[in-house]
Design a protein around this ligand. Structure first.
Ligand SMILES: Cc1cc2nc3c(=O)[nH]c(=O)nc-3n(C[C@H](O)[C@H](O)[C@H](O)COP(=O)(O)OP(=O)(O)OC[C@H]3O[C@@H](n4cnc5c(N)ncnc54)[C@H](O)[C@@H]3O)c2cc1C
Length: 482
């Protein structure tokens, strides 16, 4: 479709052309639960996006953007409607080393962006736990990295966006000129328009090495205390062992790091992940790959329990100044390609919530609830977050965020997670929509009390309510027109 010209489209109720056509596909998120059928349409640029939005009508099922499909739940799918596949809009358009500004198409991934920046001595401050997400998806989720307490969300590092909306077609928005629309688009889960270009603010990368300090802890209380006491690091993330028994539940490894800064080109003692690394800024492809059709039973609780115990015992009680290169510092989850298949055909749910500072008891109570309801959290990651970015649907609030990967086939999962929602909301917290696949809409307003701001912007940019996703429909974020 790239570069094609489109005949004018009559805009009458009788004649409703559908515009560029796609192919029917079953789509799901990274957790591989709640699949649905949509018409998947390849787009190659802003012109294609504008043509689809101009041609479609809400009664044909609506339209939503999709990046790499790495959101865990049902955000990038649209049962019975259209889904725009933006992965081919993947060009880095310009890098301005002087102004520290980089223009990209939305389908550019971190796997493309970071090496391109590093080769020019540059870096982007907000990096998720996988390199395979697109910049468009990252913006739509207003993502945070492990430096959120210092660097905020991706919103803080954007100079401008070009967005295609049903009402206005392609337009540029900036935080200064369009503060409300900009704030609502960041975290707006694609429901306020399709991002067709982003201008990122980047920073100098003085060395592609990071210095990591780690502390092994014996209990959840100790983990929280060690994390709360840390003010010295730009990055921090904690792996928790929630499969341990008794008072050991919540033991973990707190990993906190800083930029290496202006220093000799390579450290004397690289960490184990990087002894082999030639170029420390390289992102080598994963060495391992989970095969399709992996039997779910292999990742059984006893196996994960043993693995976690091994990992915990293998970590030193206290380690300082281990050098890590780009891939190891940011992307340990990318070591196994398609690791989501390890959960088998039922898939898994990632439940990520945040509670404010002072509500640490909410984290402890959540872990206790997992224990009493016998929910196995195979992977658990605890992070501290800094102040939020101000967007009505943006996730972070200053406090503590816990992300839990739980196999979807576990008996009693749904009611237990409903209970967890109540607990989180009761502590003034919220769940992260880009991970969600089952939150009930009654709780959305409690968790996101500024929803009205989001709806106001939607009325302006999408009055006919064309933009629609399964997540949006489930949570009442994109009610159909009366
Ligand atoms: C292993 C792993 C680690 C992760 N680590 C982190 C982390 O550390 N921090 C964090 O915050 N998140 C993290 N995430 C979540 C991830 O960053 C977000 O879900 C992100 O949105 C995924 O991007 P994507 O390109 O896969 O988007 P998709 O999953 O395809 O889409 C996600 C949302 O973005 C919208 N969207 C996509 N492209 C566009 C566009 N061009 N215009 C408008 N809307 C668009 C979609 O409609 C959808 O609502 C992680 C995910 C995984 C799988």
């Amino acid at each position: 479709m790239s570069g094609s010209s489109h005949a004018p489209i009559p805009d009458t109720a009788d004649h409703v052309p559908r515009g560029p056509r796609g192919r029917q596909r079953t789509l799901s998120g990274w957790g591989r639960v709640a699949p649905s059928r949509s018409e998947l349409i390849d787009v190659r640029g802003a012109e294609d996006v504008a043509a689809v939005l101009a041609a479609r009508r809400p009664r044909c099922g609506g339209v939503i953007a999709r990046g790499a499909g790495r959101s865990y739940g049902d955000a990038a799918q649209n049962a019975g409607g259209a889904v725009l596949d933006l992965t081919r809009c993947n060009r880095i358009l310009s890098i301005d080393d002087e102004a520290l500004l980089v223009r990209v198409q939305p389908g550019v991934t971190y796997a493309q962006l970071l090496p391109a920046l590093a080769s020019r001595g540059l870096m982007f401050a907000v990096v998720p736990g996988t390199r395979y997400v697109t910049i468009g998806g990252a913006i739509a989720s207003d993502i945070h990295g492990k430096s959120h307490h210092r660097d905020g969300t991706i919103a803080r590092h954007l100079a401008a966006l070009r967005v295609c909306t049903p009402a206005d077609g392609v337009r540029e928005i900036t935080p200064e000129r369009d503060p409300e629309l900009f704030a609502a688009t960041l975290g707006g889960m694609g429901l306020l328009g399709v991002i067709v270009e982003a201008t990122l603010r980047v920073e100098a990368l003085e060395s592609p090495w990071w210095l990591v300090d780690s502390d092994r802890t014996d209990s959840l209380e100790q983990t929280i205390a060690v994390m709360a006491a840390d003010e010295a690091h730009r990055y921090s993330v904690t792996w928790l062992d929630l499969m341990a028994r008794g008072s050991a539940i919540g033991r973990g490894v707190v990993m906190a790091s800083n930029d290496w800064g202006p220093a000799p080109a390579a450290p004397a003692q690289p960490g184990w992940l990087h002894r082999r690394a030639g170029d420390p800024a390289a992102l080598p492809p994963p060495r391992l790959q989970a095969p399709p059709g992996f039997p779910g039973a292999v990742l059984a609780p006893a196996v994960v329990q043993a693995f976690n115990s091994l990992r915990w015992h293998a970590s030193k009680r206290r380690e300082r100044g281990v050098a890590m290169a780009l891939a190891g510092h940011y992307f340990q989850l990318d070591l196994v390609r398609n690791w989501n298949r390890l959960y088998g055909t039922h898939g898994f749910v990632q439940y990520q919530f945040v509670v404010p500072n002072g509500a640490e008891a909410g984290v402890v109570a959540a872990v206790e609830l997992l224990r009493t309801r016998r929910l196995p959290a195979y992977l658990a990651v605890l992070k501290r977050l800094g102040p939020g970015s101000g967007g009505p649907l943006s996730f972070p609030i200053e406090g503590w965020t816990l992300a839990l990967d739980i196999p979807a086939g576990v008996p009693g999962l749904r009611p237990a997670l409903d209970e967890l929602d109540e607990l989180v909301a009761g502590h003034g917290g919220r769940v992260y929509l880009t991970k969600d696949v089952r939150l009930r809409r009654e709780l959305l307003e409690t968790m996101y009390p500024q929803l009205e701001r989001f709806h106001r912007q939607r009325e302006l940019v999408d009055p006919e309510r064309l933009l629609r996703s399964d997540l949006g429909a489930r949570l009442g974020l994109c009610p159909v027109a009366a």
